[in-house]
Design a protein around this ligand. Structure first.
Ligand SMILES: Nc1ncnc2c1ncn2[C@@H]1O[C@H](COP(=O)(O)OP(=O)(O)O)[C@@H](O)[C@H]1O
Ligand SMILES: [Mg+2]
Length: 253
């Protein structure tokens, strides 16, 4: 069974950046197979990791449904499920040190729930084949209430340095408890931190488990802006050092 690390939190807080940095961390620390899952229909985890995406679960679903419709039920003699399993296997993007599965955006008026349920099912199935799974979730809490995030060892909830970010983190922690989700530990990271704004005190007041703060660093922003990846973040980066020490503490390889 894989050790699963997931990211949640308000939009724009750095979930994708930190999920990608976790993939790099695990590659460097373990050298073992990692499955990265982009479960945000709007996200670009692939870009942060420097790989291009040839297909997504959303696309496969639509193509499979079309194939089934046009073949009167059994395309190529396969059952719907067989066809789908086969296509999902084909859609896994193999990169150096990790594989990537992308949920994508259903085209047209498609429902996100279907693609979400599929990604959950396959993430669970594939968990048996990888010692580590890293999931980059969409912003907000729908993935939690729909129970698309589950069986997680560490849920990193990323906040920016605003009261709103911390309040969102608190709501996520409460929802995890309320829904009794299978999440072993929920940990808050305050990212893009500036000078002390009393947010650590607020997080403590809310009873949140805090990993600490990662500073707002122009270098991280610029790498992303110029189309770079987390592998371009230099060894000397303070953000990388702080991130890695948080991962050391909470991922516990
Ligand atoms: N510690 C940081 N310092 C400066 N910029 C950051 C930092 N972490 C992330 N960013 C930048 O913030 C923006 C949003 O990050 P992203 O990871 O896409 O957030 P999310 O996935 O939560 O929407 C990106 O431009 C990213 O480069
Ligand atoms: Mg993102």
């Amino acid at each position: 069974m894989a050790k699963t690390i997931a990211f949640a939190g308000k939009g724009g807080t750095g979930k994708t950046t930190l999920a990608a940095l976790t993939v790099r961390y695990l590659i460097e620390k373990t050298g073992r197979p990692i499955l990265a899952v982009d479960a945000d229909s709007n996200s670009c985890l692939n870009e942060a990791l420097g790989v291009s995406v040839h297909t997504t679960i959303g696309k496969i679903r639509e193509e499979s449904l079309a194939a089934i419709r046009s073949s009167g039920g059994r395309p190529g003699g396969m059952s719907t499920e067989e066809l789908f399993n086969y296509r999902v296997q084909q859609s896994i993007i193999e990169a150096k040190g990790f594989d990537l599965l992308v949920m994508g955006r259903p085209e047209g008026a498609g429902c996100y729930c279907a693609a979400n349920n599929i990604i959950r099912k396959y993430t669970d199935m594939l968990s048996d084949d990888y010692p580590f799974v890293v999931i980059d979730n969409e912003a907000g809490m729908e993935h939690l209430s729909r129970r698309t995030t589950h069986k997680v060892d560490v849920l990193f909830i990323v906040s920016d340095c605003t009261v709103k970010g911390i309040k969102t983190a608190k709501r996520i922690v409460d929802l995890v408890a309320e829904l009794a989700l299978e999440i072993d530990q929920s940990v808050v990271i305050i990212n893009r931190a500036k000078e002390d704004e009393g947010l650590i005190a607020l997080a403590k007041e809310y009873g949140l488990t805090l990993a600490g703060e990662i500073p707002d660093d122009r270098e991280i922003f610029d790498i992303d802006l110029k189309g770079g990846t987390v592998f371009d973040i230099p060894e000397s980066s303070n953000c990388k050092k702080i991130g890695y020490s948080m991962f050391d503490t909470f991922i516990k390889i």
